[in-house]
Design a binder for this molecule. Structure first.
Ligand SMILES: [Zn+2]
Length: 398
């Protein structure tokens, strides 16, 4: 007797798009290599530094203008941002990041960006790319593959095995985010961090990328007292001076001091710091203003889409096997379910048991029938382009 549990989740995937510019902002698991890699990358034909300057110069000009976002648009507006999801596998189609993990990650991302007033949704269909070169890229020299697949007028995210030795990075020059599968779960903040770059935010330790944490701050660095915060560090005065370009655990317990001799007071709760993911839970008010202003001034094409449908999704109910059915033929199971109100897609996770081995199916489908041949146990997970659907658990016994 084997249990067949099928969890159906309505998935509403809408259609929309986006585009833009970049510099590389890698986010390493341990030792940050991003800026070193950035400069190495120049030898590969990328010019991240120039593009980085472009975005940093925008931020400086914006801060000097004294124009917070609420002068450029209603501060309470909730903006819907299209994400183009690229799922990268090996040449033979192996190693795809699980759809259910991507969806869980996006649900988390929307929780993280609720304070910003951004809500991300999926643009079009998932784009599956079979490319060893992109799946495990040791350097940033993947521009031609990226460009082949980029969708204009959307934030393009590539889920890969190895994004140049980082957890993830944002390329201002090619204008995309790459993230490691291992750093893209619902307990991670890497995607939130990289999209912070995408919307103009530097690291809280801006200028310290590639500098050793043992190095003493200099006279031209930001002061903990914030007397020079408007044009030093990340240019934000509500993010404490930060000199730590390596991953660190919070709260900060070292006794290092800035150039004036004032002890560090770094804030690990900021997504744009390098504190461990578990420490992070916010953008500062000034960072939020800058992101909203950057959206309206430099990425307004993201908003040139029909408003995503926000209907509440209904539940999917199974047709076959019946919920709790007993004696379902184990050698061939056809899963059938009723359409969920409002759903255009469904995410199915089914575990197959065949010749003593388990294998997994984790797909998005527009159909309401799946024939996974020998099936033993299953589950399906969530999502909607705008709001997660309530999952429906269906069970049957073989
Ligand atoms: Zn970064």
């Amino acid at each position: 007797m084997k249990r067949l549990s099928l969890l159906l989740c309505g998935i509403l995937i809408s259609c929309i798009s986006f585009s833009q510019k970049t510099y590389y902002t890698g986010r390493s698991l341990s030792v940050p290599q991003e800026y070193k890699d950035d400069h190495n990358k120049v030898n590969d034909g990328f010019c991240g530094t120039r593009m980085s300057d472009e975005m940093l110069n925008w931020l400086k000009a914006y801060k000097q203008s004294g124009a917070p976002a609420n002068k450029q648009g209603p501060d309470s507006t909730l903006y819907y941002i299209p994400l183009k999801i690229h799922i990268v596998g090996t040449n033979d189609g192996g190693g795809y990041h699980k759809v259910s993990s991507i969806l869980d990650g996006l649900c988390k991302l929307n929780e993280q960006y609720e304070q910003v007033g951004f809500h991300f949704y999926i643009e079009g269909e998932f784009d599956y790319i079979n490319s060893d070169a992109l799946y495990d890229h040791a350097d940033y020299n993947v521009g031609s593959i990226i460009n082949q697949h980029k969708t204009p007028n959307a934030a393009n995210i590539y889920y890969v095995q190895n994004p140049a030795g980082n957890c993830g990075y944002f390329s201002p020059y090619r204008d995309y985010v790459a993230v490691a599968k291992s750093c893209a779960g619902s307990s991670n903040s890497t995607v939130a961090h990289e999209l912070g770059h995408f919307f103009s935010l530097p690291h809280t330790f801006n200028g310290w990328e590639g500098r050793a944490t043992t190095e003493a701050p200099q006279s031209d660095d930001e002061l903990v007292a914030r007397t020079n915060c408007s044009d030093h560090g990340d240019n934000f005065c509500d993010t404490p001076a930060d000199f730590i370009s390596d991953r660190w655990g919070c709260p900060y317990s070292n006794t290092k001091v800035d150039f004036a001799g004032t002890p560090y007071a770094v804030d690990g709760s900021l997504y744009m710091s390098y504190a461990n993911d578990a420490c992070q839970n916010k953008f500062s008010p000034e960072q939020i203003d800058a992101m909203r202003a950057y959206l309206l001034s430099n990425r307004s094409e993201l908003l040139n889409h029909p408003m995503p449908i926000l209907d509440t999704l209904g539940s999917a109910t199974n047709i076959y096997p019946a919920n709790g059915a007993i004696g379902v033929p184990a050698n061939f199971v056809q899963l059938k379910w009723n359409k969920a109100v409002g759903a255009t897609h469904y995410n199915l996770q089914v575990t197959r048991y065949f010749n003593g081995n388990f294998s997994n199916i984790d797909i998005v489908t527009t159909d309401t029938t799946l024939s996974p041949a020998t099936t033993t146990a299953g589950a399906c997970v969530p999502l909607t382009k705008a709001t997660p659907a309530a999952a429906t658990l269906l069970t049957a016994t073989l």
